[in-house]
Write a protein that binds this ligand. Structure first.
Ligand code: RFL
Ligand code: PHB
Length: 392
């Protein structure tokens, strides 16, 4: 089999890249390790930046997102028992966010892919990348025990943090920057109507908590926990007690309880591999970088990367030269590092660090006070939260 661009991974990055290339008349094959159900049901991100919403709209896959996604113009920061609203829209010159589950974006993109008639191969095992340094790279893998091979012009490594693409770059080429945080998030999805229509980020002496949602019937909640937390030690009653305690407000607001539909523990990490290109391989999304979820940036960065990559490949195949392909890594890394800093900053401001001294606690409290009382402080948070405009 031959194609122009072989894409490893059918997460938001791989699927959107395939779709943008299709719209530019460029052929691709998407190869995914898991089955379709797994891709469509994995609960992960929920916040779409303005630029992500715009990108999905321009790509013609935003219809259900507009119908079912929830527009949000603000978020709330909760500390010392009081909620403080950050007016995202007013502070960012009219930009805002939309709450719409990543798995819903993935469903919309899979539907668009199937409609395009271009190949999307699920349950591919032993995916391997070859010839990245030369002019004729290829992918090999197996489906139902049968060996397959795809020859291509370029490979897009969109296979997430634990994929194979980044590892296909020869040793010593990539420079890795990393920070692992001494805590994780215990996340639940509850069959309960959200008791507030904005997200609440809480800094509490017992640890961070986040109130979010997926629809007007489903609440999404997170608790800071130990990195090696044993889920079995968390009964439903313990989870709700802890959520009510950390999200307690002086105006009596608290999340609604309901049956817990899903639960899981997410480790927290900052990670960047540079450069995001090696020969004919382009890394995009979590394959190249990870942020802790506090800034809600991961999926948005994946979308931003493939937007740049699709434009660069369109220029190449359209005879407009390879300047954009050559600039891919530098262009993406500028946005990536802004999001890395922002996500680290939000994480540092909102979590309890075991070894925090009383001095550090006071600094954290002062920072929260500053961003919620100074227009300049609020603007910095808001501008980054809604996402910086694309430079194209
Ligand atoms: P993905 O989504 O991990 O997709 C990679 C795909 O590649 C497949 N794959 C392979 N396929 C073939 N061969 C192999 N060897 C393969 N290895 C892996 C995988 O099966 C998968 O289908 O990466 P992508 O596309 O780069 O997308 C990144 C996002 O998924 C991620 O950044 C976000 O989920 C992060 N994130 C959030 N991002 C936001 O923008 N806003 C949020 O509000 C937000 N909240 C979150 C989050 C992530 C979380 N978790 C669970 C890590 C909240 C949480 C709790
Ligand atoms: C979510 O709804 O899953 C979510 C929202 C905001 C975040 C992280 C996750 O910062």
């Amino acid at each position: 089999m031959r194609t122009q661009v072989a894409i490893v991974g059918a997460g938001p990055a791989g699927l959107l890249l395939g779709h943008l290339l299709h719209r530019a008349g460029i052929d691709s094959v998407i190869v995914e390790r898991h089955d379709r159900r797994h891709a469509e049901e994995r609960i992960r991100a929920g916040v779409l930046e303005q630029g992500t919403v715009d990108t999905l709209d321009e790509a013609g896959v935003g219809e259900r997102m507009h119908r079912e996604g929830l527009p949000h113009d603000g978020i709330e920061l909760l500390f010392d028992g009081t909620r403080h609203r950050i007016d995202l829209k007013a502070l960012s010159g009219g930009r805002s966010i939309r709450v719409y589950g990543q798995h819903e974006v993935v469903k919309d993109l899979i539907a668009a892919r199937l409609e395009s008639g271009r190949p999307l191969i699920f349950e591919a095992t032993d995916v391997a990348l070859h010839g990245l340094d030369g002019r004729t790279p290829s992918l090999t893998f197996a489906v139902d025990g049968e060996e397959r091979r795809i020859d291509c012009d370029y490979v897009a490594g969109c296979d997430g943090f634990h994929g194979v693409s980044r590892g296909a770059v020869p040793d010593g080429v990539l420079k890795v920057f990393e920070r692992v945080y001494p805590f994780a998030w215990l996340g639940i999805l509850a069959d309960a109507a959200p008791s507030l229509d904005e997200l609440v980020y809480a800094n509490h002496p017992s640890g961070f908590a986040l109130f979010s949602m997926r629809s007007d019937k489903v609440t999404r909640l997170y608790l800071q926990c130990e990195p090696d937390e044993d889920l079995a030690a968390w009964s439903d009653a313990r989870i709700w007690d802890e959520l009510h305690e950390r999200l307690a407000c002086d105006d009596g607001w608290t999340p609604n309880e309901g049956p817990i539909l899903q639960r899981g523990v997410t480790p927290m990490r900052s990670f960047v591999a540079e450069p995001m290109r090696h020969g004919r391989l382009f890394l995009a999304g979590d394959a190249a970088h990870i942020v802790p979820p506090t800034g809600a940036k991961g999926m948005n960065l994946a979308v931003a990367d493939v937007r740049v990559l699709a434009q660069a490949l369109a220029a190449h195949y359209g005879g407009l030269g390879d300047e954009k392909l050559a600039a891919y890594s530098t262009t993406c890394l500028r946005r990536v590092w802004r999001a890395e800093h922002y996500s680290w900053w939000m994480t540092s401001m909102l979590h309890r660090f075991r070894d925090n001294t009383p001095f550090m606690d006071r600094l954290q409290r002062s920072e929260l006070d500053y961003v919620t009382s100074s227009e300049a402080g609020g603007r910095m948070l808001a501008e980054n939260y809604v996402g910086l405009p694309f430079g194209d």
